[in-house]
Design a protein around this ligand. Structure first.
Ligand SMILES: Cc1cc2nc3c(=O)[nH]c(=O)nc-3n(C[C@H](O)[C@H](O)[C@H](O)COP(=O)(O)OP(=O)(O)OC[C@H]3O[C@@H](n4cnc5c(N)ncnc54)[C@H](O)[C@@H]3O)c2cc1C
Length: 164
């Protein structure tokens, strides 16, 4: 996963198209190098986070940081159809390269084709002795998130109580 935090001189997306995007939390552009952006709402700051995962992140990972920033800005510019003067308003950018981070080495768990039962199997207690929590063991739809990790911990704790 690659994230680029893009700081602009102003929150241009709040201004264009008569303020239509003022309340937007996410922008999606499936065909772009960076397909997802999010704002800092409820904070109103001129910052967008560009996100790419999977094969798109692997491709971007081969590029140098300035090229990654250019790709993020180009993705955003195409998303808004050239409105907002995206390129000229960029003030600073920070790239977070999680595949190459020695303490992360990747991102979240994912299920391969045909693995729709995998999370439930992973979360199955062993001999009423070992109980499993963690985002990968959440099967209620919040996997890959802190919320999923917390929910799986509560679920595992309930299983321990039920067995005592
Ligand atoms: C780059 C990135 C961005 C993310 N952004 C978001 C976000 O914006 N919002 C969101 O909700 N989620 C986000 N997530 C996902 C979220 O961080 C995880 O889903 C969550 O932290 C998982 O919690 P966990 O307790 O399952 O695992 P972890 O937080 O990974 O905890 C596992 C712990 O076990 C320890 N450990 C591993 N092996 C051993 C061992 N053998 N012995 C002892 N300890 C061990 C590890 O050191 C670690 O401390 C992001 C993840 C990444 C990588």
């Amino acid at each position: 996963m690659i994230k680029a935090a893009l700081l602009f001189r102003s929150a241009f997306w709040e201004e264009i198209d008569e303020g239509r995007y003022r309340g937007a939390s996410f922008f999606h552009s499936p065909g772009a190098a960076f397909p997802t952006f999010w704002t800092a709402l409820p904070e109103r700051v001129p910052l967008l986070v560009a996100w790419a995962g999977g094969p798109k992140a692997a491709r971007l990972a081969r590029a140098a940081v300035p090229e990654i920033v250019r790709e993020a800005v180009a993705s955003l510019a195409s998303l808004f159809g050239g409105k907002g003067g995206v390129e000229d308003r960029l003030a600073a950018a920070w790239v977070h390269h999680w595949q190459q981070d020695p303490f992360a080495r990747g991102a979240y768990s994912y299920v391969a084709v045909g693995g729709h039962r995998a999370r439930r199997a992973l979360a199955e207690p062993l001999d009423d002795t070992l109980f499993f929590a963690g985002e990968a063991a959440d099967y209620e739809g919040e996997h890959g998130t802190v919320a999923g990790a917390l929910a799986s911990g509560e679920r595992a704790a309930r299983e321990v109580l039920e067995c005592g």
